[in-house]
Design a binder for this molecule. Sequence first.
Ligand SMILES: *[C@@H]1O[C@H](CO)[C@@H](O)[C@H](O)[C@H]1NC(C)=O
Ligand SMILES: *[C@@H]1O[C@H](CO)[C@@H](O)[C@H](O)[C@H]1NC(C)=O
Ligand SMILES: *[C@@H]1O[C@H](CO)[C@@H](O)[C@H](O)[C@H]1NC(C)=O
Ligand SMILES: *[C@@H]1O[C@H](CO)[C@@H](O)[C@H](O)[C@H]1NC(C)=O
Ligand SMILES: *[C@@H]1O[C@H](CO)[C@@H](O)[C@H](O)[C@H]1NC(C)=O
Ligand SMILES: *[C@@H]1O[C@H](CO)[C@@H](O)[C@H](O)[C@H]1NC(C)=O
Ligand SMILES: *[C@@H]1O[C@H](CO)[C@@H](O)[C@H](O)[C@H]1NC(C)=O
Ligand SMILES: *[C@@H]1O[C@H](CO)[C@@H](O)[C@H](O)[C@H]1NC(C)=O
Ligand SMILES: *[C@@H]1O[C@H](CO)[C@@H](O)[C@H](O)[C@H]1NC(C)=O
Ligand SMILES: [Cu+2]
Length: 538
Amino acid sequence: MRFQSLLLALSPTFLSYALAETRNFNFNVVNADLAPDGFTRSTVVVNGQFPGPLISVNKGDTVNVVVQNNLTDSTMRRSTSIHWHGLFQARNAYNDGPSFVTQCPISPEHSYTYSLALGNQTGTYWYHSHLASQYLDGLRGPIASIDINPDPEDPNLSLYDVDTDETVITLADWFHRPAPELEAEYKLITNTASAEELPQSGLINGVGRTSTDTQPARPVFTVTPGKRYRYRIINTSAITRFDFQIQGHNMTIIEVDGVNHVPLLTQRLTIHAGQRYSVVVEANQTVDNYWIRAPMTARVVGTAPTNWATDSANVNAVLHYEGAPDAEPTTDIPALTGTNLVESDLVPAENPAAPGLPVAGGVDKVFNLVFTTAENNVTGHGWRINGVQYIPPTTPTLLSILSGARNSSDFGTNENTLIIDKGDTVEINLTGPANHPWHLHGHTFSVVKGVNTVPNYVNPPRRDVAATSGTGLTIRFTADNPGPWILHCHIDMHLEAGLAVVFAEAPSEIASGADSVDPDDEWDGLCPIYNALPADMQ
Ligand SMILES: *[C@@H]1O[C@H](CO)[C@@H](O)[C@H](O)[C@H]1NC(C)=O
Ligand SMILES: *[C@@H]1O[C@H](CO)[C@@H](O)[C@H](O)[C@H]1NC(C)=O
Ligand SMILES: *[C@@H]1O[C@H](CO)[C@@H](O)[C@H](O)[C@H]1NC(C)=O
Ligand SMILES: *[C@@H]1O[C@H](CO)[C@@H](O)[C@H](O)[C@H]1NC(C)=O
Ligand SMILES: *[C@@H]1O[C@H](CO)[C@@H](O)[C@H](O)[C@H]1NC(C)=O
Ligand SMILES: *[C@@H]1O[C@H](CO)[C@@H](O)[C@H](O)[C@H]1NC(C)=O
Ligand SMILES: *[C@@H]1O[C@H](CO)[C@@H](O)[C@H](O)[C@H]1NC(C)=O
Ligand SMILES: *[C@@H]1O[C@H](CO)[C@@H](O)[C@H](O)[C@H]1NC(C)=O
Ligand SMILES: *[C@@H]1O[C@H](CO)[C@@H](O)[C@H](O)[C@H]1NC(C)=O
Ligand SMILES: [Cu+2]
C-alpha cells in the first residue's frame, strides 16, 4: 500500500532521515539449472533465481549486499564481481564492481560485502556481473526505490497510484550456450565480419519462449480499472534492444535512468541495453486482456554465427484488467503501431542545461573517441578506441591510483586510461557505427547530440546510457565524483573485445583528502586471493 497522504504531510527533510535505514541482502551466487524459455541450461544466478532478487530501497538508504561465491560449474567463469549500474558511489568507487577497474574478482568459496550508500539518488537501477561476459549466463537483476516509501520529493508522485515490486519489468536477452564459449567464438580472428553472438530468446521478468521448446506461461501484469501504474522498465540485455508497447494504452515517461524528466507521452519506446524508463500507464480502457509487446532487435552485422535461432518477436506479456477472463487476449499479437519515443524530446525536470558553454568544445576537456573494429593474431577479433583495444590490467585501476599512478603514461597502453581533473567540465565525442549503447560509471551525462543532428546545450536528456546514432554521440558531464570510471559499450561482447576507456577522475583526490576513496581490509584481500587461483578457478 501507499502512504502518500502521510508522506506529503511531513517535511521532506524529516522524511529522508526518518525513512533512511540500512538494508542487508544475502546474494548466494550459484550455478542452477533453469529453463526460463523452456530450454534447460546451467546458469550463474543469485539465490538460484533469474532475474536476481529485486533490491527494493528508499532514498537515503545504505544497502549491504553480502556476495557469497558458490560457483562450481567450470564451463563458465568461477569468480565474479557485481556492478550496481547507475549508482554514483561517491567516495565509494571501490564498491562499483567492474573487475580490474575498481576491484579484483571475488574468488570461488569466498565472499565480499558491497556497501552501497544511495545518497540522494532515486529511481530505477540494476545490477549485473562485471567480470568478462558472465552476465549473459544470468547474473542480473533490478534495483528500485519504490512503493512502501515513495520518494516524497518525487515531483510526479501525484501522477500515479501504484508502484510496487509487481510493477518492475525487466527485459533480458537469453542465451542457450555458456558465455565463455560465445566470447571465444566472437573473438575468433576469422570473425572478420564482426558477426554477433545472438540470443535464443527474449525474457520479460525471467520468462520467455522459443519456437522449439516448451512454452512457459506468459507473465501477467494485473491492473485495477481506474488506477494509474508506474512501470519501471529495465533493459538488462547483453546485446539486444527492445521496442516496448502496451496494446491500446499510451505511456507517460517520467524517469530516465534515475533522472526525473518532464512527463512525455509516447505510444512506444526503444530501450537499449542498460537503460531504464519509468512510465505511467492509466488502466482506463475496456476491462479486458491486452498484449504487452517487446520484440527484440540485435545490432547484427555480417552473417550471424551458427547459433542464430532467435524468435525475436516472441517476447510478450499480458496486461490483465481485474474482472477480465484469466486468459491471454483473444486478439492476435498486434504489430507495433504509432509513434516511437524520440530520445532527444526528453527534458530533465531539474537543472536541464548541459555543463559548459553552449558551443561545441565549450568545456574544460574534450575527448574525441573514434571506435572501429580491428583484428590481430594475439587478441583476435576486437574493437578499438582511437586505435587501442582495452584489455583489463591485472592490477585494478583504483589500486594503481592508490599506489601513485597519476598520468595516462602511468598506466599500460591497453588500459586506455584518460585523466580528468576535479571540477572539469567534460565533452566526449564518440564517433563510430550506430546503435552502440555507451555507459559511463559514476555519473549521469547530458546527451548533447544523439539522434538530434543539431547539438542541444539548453535542455538535453540526462541519463547514464545512450546509443550512438548514425552521426555519433556527444555527451557532457562535470567531474564532481573522484574515482576511476569506465566508459564502455553495453553490448557485452563488445566490451569484452575491447570497446572501453577508463577515466581516472581526479586521481590525486582519489588518493587523499576529503574526497578520497579508502577501501576496507576485505577489498585489500581480493587481489591476493584471486591472483593465487589457477586459471580455471578465475
Ligand atoms: C555457499 O557456501 C557457503 C560456504 O561454503 C555455505 O555455507 C552455503 O550454505 C552455500 N550456500 C548455497 C546457497 O549453496
Ligand atoms: C545529489 O548529490 C550530489 C552529490 O552530493 C550532488 O552533486 C547533486 O547535485 C545532488 N542532486 C540533487 C538532485 O540534489
Ligand atoms: C511532473 O514533474 C515535472 C517536472 O518537475 C513537472 O514539470 C510536472 O508539472 C509534474 N507533473 C505533475 C502532474 O505534477
Ligand atoms: C535493450 O538494449 C539493446 C541493446 O542496445 C537493444 O537492442 C534493445 O532494443 C533494448 N531493449 C529494449 C526493450 O529497448
Ligand atoms: C495515444 O496517443 C495518441 C497520440 O496522441 C492518440 O491519438 C491516442 O488516442 C491515444 N490512445 C489512448 C488509448 O489514449
Ligand atoms: C486514458 O488515459 C490516458 C492517459 O492518461 C488519457 O490520455 C486518455 O484520454 C484516457 N482515456 C479515457 C477514455 O479516459
Ligand atoms: C564534438 O561534437 C560536437 C557536436 O557533434 C561538434 O560540434 C564538435 O565539433 C565536436 N568537437 C570536436 C572537438 O571535434
Ligand atoms: C595472422 O597470421 C596469419 C598467418 O601468420 C597472417 O597471414 C595474417 O595476416 C595475420 N593476421 C593479422 C590480422 O595480423
Ligand atoms: C604528469 O605529467 C605532467 C606533464 O607531462 C608532469 O608535469 C607531471 O609531473 C606528471 N605527474 C606525475 C605524478 O608523474
Ligand atoms: Cu557496441
